[in-house]
Design a protein around this ligand. Structure first.
Ligand code: HEC
Ligand code: HEC
Length: 173
């Protein structure tokens, strides 16, 4: 029978979907490390105070927990209408670190979190610590950084979902 074009297409699509092909090419910048938020409501509403954090940074149970209490969101009231809350929650859950869409990086985030924990911060997960273990404490305190959650201070293209090493620029003050 041999490999027809149609079969080849299906094979390539399967490789891409499983992340074995494009998914492992982090580092060359062609695939976003964490796909940026593609839901319109989430992209707008969740970028008012900080960058819209990619859904792949936390497991679904974390998003569920966060979205249940937006009124008390890290000392801010980030509440949305009931309809918006539902839509954004579903989007974040469907694209979470433990979702079917997860790439290898997201699976590593999810794999590092105990199943009975639902952290609200990616910056407090073991995988964040592992990736950043060479950043000294005094660097995090620099004025232009201010917070570990301020990804964009160092990852210059993080808003497009890209975190590759050559795009990192740590502010000097
Ligand atoms: C009114 C301002 C405001 C809005 C709107 C807002 N946030 Fe936040 N969010 C914050 C603050 C403040 C923090 C803490 C930032 C810090 O520690 O640097 C935070 C932190 C976070 C963190 C933790 C980051 C980390 O890993 O440490 C996540 C995740 C997050 N927000 C998601 C969301 C989502 C999802 C939405 C939309 C539903 C949203 N935020 C809307 C103010 C806001
Ligand atoms: C102080 C600046 C700084 C901040 C803020 C920061 N990072 Fe990083 N990040 C680094 C450095 C330095 C590395 C290590 C680069 C290396 O050694 O490969 C790194 C590595 C990474 C990597 C692995 C990159 C690769 O391809 O190897 C990811 C993913 C990442 N950071 C995500 C984040 C996210 C998401 C946030 C925000 C929640 C964040 N970082 C905040 C400095 C920062």
């Amino acid at each position: 029978m041999g490999v027809t074009f149609k079969n080849l297409g299906i094979l390539l699509a399967a490789l891409v979907a499983s992340g074995t092909w494009l998914g492992t090419s982090w580092g060359d910048g062609s695939t976003p490390t964490f796909p940026p938020v593609s839901d319109k409501t989430a992209a707008t509403e969740c970028s008012a105070c900080h960058m819209a954090y990619p859904a792949g940074l936390l497991p679904a149970r974390s998003w569920t927990r966060m979205m249940r209490d937006l009124e008390n969101h890290f000392g801010e009231d980030a509440s949305l209408s009931a309809e918006e809350t539902r839509a954004v929650t579903r989007y974040l859950q469907d694209n979470a670190a433990d979702s079917a869409h997860a790439n290898d990086r997201m699976r590593r985030i999810a794999g590092g979190i105990p199943s009975n924990a639902a952290p609200l911060r990616f910056t407090e997960t073991p995988y964040f610590g592992y990736l950043h273990d060479e950043v000294p404490a005094y660097v995090w305190k620099r004025a232009k950084i201010g917070s570990r959650a301020n990804c964009i201070a160092c990852h210059t293209r993080s808003e497009s979902g890209s975190f590759v090493e050559r795009e990192i620029k740590i502010p000097k003050d």
